[in-house]
Design a protein around this ligand. Sequence first.
Ligand code: CTP
Ligand code: MG
Length: 395
Amino acid sequence: MHAVVIVAAGRGERLGVEHGPKQYRLLGDKSVLQNTIDCFTSHDDIETVQVVIHREDGELYDNAVSQHPKLLPPVFGGATRQESCKAGLNGLPEDCDKVLLHDAARPFVSKDVITRVLEGIERGTCALPASAIADTIKQADYKGEVSKTIPRDQLFLAQTPQGFVFSEILAAHQKAENEYSGEFTDDAAIAEWVGMKVRLVEGDRGNFKITTKQDLAAAGELSMSMSAAGADIRTGSGYDVHILGPGDAVILCGIKIPHTQALQGHSDADVGLHSLTDALLGTIGAGDIGSHFPPSDPKWKGAQSDQFLAHAAELVSKNGGTITNLDVTIVCEAPKIGPHRDVMRARIAGICNIDDLSRVSVKATTNEKVGFIGREEGIAALATATVSFGGKPGV
Ligand code: CTP
Ligand code: MG
């Protein structure tokens, strides 16, 4: 059985304490800690995840982390990272074989890094993911004067998760607690101190630790671009036409506009809302307006079309979709649409529960007096709906 201990009991002082510890800050809609946990629960070879939290963070933890069958109840950490790691190891079941120790503040650890670390562990040898240093290294004194340039080809940046045989690292931690007065900043250093071998495996520069405000901003951007990449964005299109006949007003996009003729149809013949309804249904493969509201059914005679659109929007939402854009073009010689454009947009947004009006567009064009529309025998509308079905980090 392979397990991971995720240490999350720090205070995040270098980032600033005003918004609480960094592991509970949000990246998109998920906490840093939840992102970190997900990297491990989604790895097939990890069966148990033990999180170590600060004594005062129980409520923050409950709000930030969802239950998972691999996740043990959290244990409390100590005043140093070393103490927190030890507390996490003590929380693990005895039949644990290999164990990884990981910083909660590294939410972008990849499957490949976890696999390489697990594979690098042997009896007497622990595995440390590390990356080469790209910058030139200088040694300077306290006045900021450089005393020498240090060759960097044998220097590496240590990351986590660091991997160990469980019984060996537990014993090493116990020995360090009893016999070492200083503090180790990572677990590989404890392993070195007890004489174990430490083997480097390839780390990943994306597996950075959130330490400063700049790191948190970079993490936010990275998580946004990852969720955009993983998002399921779908578009649907719709088209409708109704003929003009006797009357004194047309209803377009839910708005009644005085006119010399009226649109004829079974319902209120609102081509704008009908085409939008079809566009939305098109994003979930749910047929068309006719299959939901058959014109043969007397129930829909004279019906207001806002209920058709509201139904389609509700179906999209029930399927996990969020409407990101609605765009409708009305093709008619008259009446003029421009003066009604913004009320129409607001009406569509209201029907579909869209808060941001910039996501709803109403356009109009004439048919240059040609064809049935040009002869004012009918009005057509074309619509496109764009719907996002969520996204997940691609790590
Ligand atoms: N950590 C811990 N217990 C401690 C100190 C640190 O569990 N007593 C954890 C942190 O929560 C973090 C990881 O160890 O996930 C790496 O530590 P660091 O980046 O230093 O985090 P903080 O100690 O929280 O930050 P700071 O040093 O800026 O206060
Ligand atoms: Mg610290």
